[in-house]
Every structure is written in structure tokens, then in C-alpha cells.
Design a protein around this ligand. Sequence first.
Ligand code: NPQ
Ligand code: MG
Length: 369
Amino acid sequence: MHIERLHLRLIRLPLVAFFETSFGRVYDKTFILVTLEGEGAQGLGECVADVDPYYSSETNTAAWHIIKDFLAPLVLGRSFRDPRHLFPALARVRGHNMAKAAVEMAAWDLAARLQNVPLSRLLGGTRPAIPSGVSIGIQDSLEQLIAKVETELAAGYRRIKIKIKPGWDVTAVEAIRTRFGAIPLMVDANAAYTLGDAAHLSTLDRFGLMMIEQPLDYDDVRDHAELQRRIATSICLDESIHSVRAAEEALALDACRIINIKPGRLGGHRESIRVHDLCAARQIPVWHGGMLESGIGRAHNIHLASLPNFTLPGDIAASRRYFSPDLIEPPIEVSADGLVAVPLGPGIGVNVDWDRVEAATVETCEIRA
Ligand code: NPQ
Ligand code: MG
């Protein structure tokens, strides 16, 4: 695959409802869409960096600079026999995994289109549909939270995740258990606690949660290992798993029993597959996280989540939970039994509505070999 042109678009889309985590509330989503062109075809990648460096250190402004000034020169005018060769070709640039992932994933889409196969085939996907869960943000009241859970269960989603923070944790979980009983339920703290909160976090043990996601600091492994020794609920790591090596260290230290895979955080599909395979070899289940992606990034996630060790329902829900309309037509839907079908067309296999993309674009940049 010869890469001849790279195009960047900064896109802003309103969210259908605000989304609040322990690090803040957002009303819209701004992201970079990367197009790679070569041999008469195009591949698309969506950068999951945010406006603010609050989930991770990466931002859209930083990613734009890194892609334009450092990653583009490493791929333009070059030929790659296999999209697996992209990530190593970007290794001179330290960090910036979300910027790298956007370029790497566009190359995977381009490779799959050139071979006229669905992306899942190239990635090693084995399942025609994936189990879907939802991530419900912090609400203004317990009544609103209960109403949201009710809506999502009725839609068929296979597990509920709620965002927690100090002051919105035990009471929220208790309210859900009281109203809905033994539904598949988990919590995500986005690093809002410290090891000093271990006794408090252990009070969640009585609720039989599937897991608690990233309770401690965003780059911590050691304290999570200590916390896992002190609580019964399984820890799942998200933010801390930024590389294959970080995953190896977390598993070696028993810092978690489950891992959340996000290709943006790991540098793309190749590194995600490596973490997937590492976990499979150690009987550690994985699931696919979400970053409020548009239908383009969401489609990439669906293809990746079709690999066999993504056994737990992921944060990959229907388009309509986030964007109305989405950038793709038809949008991604969930079936009444909580499954999302893996697209069958070439590449990511979704149909982009370019008029909507144009209307939502606030800045562009084109670079040629
Ligand atoms: C998580 N996502 O698992 C993330 C956090 C998150 C669906 O829970 C803009 C960019 C907004 C990135 C909101 C879900 C975001 C974001 C939440 C990431 O921790
Ligand atoms: Mg998370």
C-alpha cells in the first residue's frame, strides 16, 4: 500500500445529551478525522483525543500538530506491505498514542478497502456481532439515573456501566440494585480515588459488581495491585493500559483481573490486538471501551471487538445514544437482544455522509508526499 496524501479535518458535533465523568461534563464532541489516500482508495481514522487533557494528556490541538509535523512525514511517500508495519514506523515519536492511532487505523481501513475485505477479516475477527453495553454519565439526581438505566435496559443493552466519583458512588449503585436487582452492572471512576479510599471502595463489594474500572490514578499500576488485594470486586484498568508493556506489568502485579482495550489509548489496532492476545493467553477477559466516537471511529471499534477474547459487553452502543444524526448513514444500531452487527462491506464498511462531515468541519489541512 503506497500512501500519497493525508488529510485532516477538525469536526465538532453536538452530543444528544451531556456526558459527565469524574473529570467533567461535555456537551459536544470535537475530534480530528484523518483520511489517508493511496492507490486510488481512501482510509479513515478518528482521533479520540479530547479538547481538554483531562481523560489523558492528549488534546486535539496537540494531535493536529503531531500528525501534521511529525507523523505525516513518516508515512507519506512510503509503501507498507502490511498495516502492522505502521505503528513501528511511528516509533521515533514518543507517546502521542491517540495521534498515532488515528493514522494507523486509517491505514488499516485503506488496506482492507484495497483488498476489498471487511476490516474485521484483516484484524482476525471471528464473530458476526458483538455484545453491547452502555456507559451512563453522572446525573443531576438519582431519579434521572434510574430513568436512564430503565431506558437502556429496555433498549436491550447487555450491561450497564455508571460513572462514579466521591459523593456519587455507593448511593448510586444502591439505588440501581434496589430498583433493578441483579442486572449486569459495573462502575467507572476515571481515576477519582486514592489508595486512602480503599475502605470506602470495599463497601461496594456487597453489590456484586462485574468490576470497578480505573479507581486510582491514570498512570498507576502499583496502588491498583494493593487495592485489588483489599477489595473483592474485580478491578478493570483503562487509563493505565497505554501500551503492551503496561498491560504485562499490570498482569504481572495482579493489579487488575480485566482489561479495557481502546485502540486510541494503545496506538491503534496492532497494539490493541497484541494486548488482546496477551490477555487471552493469561485467561484475562477484555472488553472494548468507548470515547464518544462518531460512527467512523465506532465502526473501527466494532471490527476490533469482533476478536474472540472480547468476551464482555463493551462500551460500543448505537449511534443515536450520542449523535443525531451521526456522520454515517445508516447509523449503527443495536438489536433488541443487545448485539451490534459487524459491518460486512469493505474496510470499516459504513457509509459516510460527506455533506454532514462538511457541515461539521471547522478546520482542514492537506499534506502530500
Ligand atoms: C471511559 N468513556 O471509559 C471513557 C471516558 C471518556 C464512554 O465511558 C471526550 C473524549 C469525552 C473522551 C468522555 C466512556 C469523553 C472521553 C468520557 C472519554 O473512561
Ligand atoms: Mg474508563
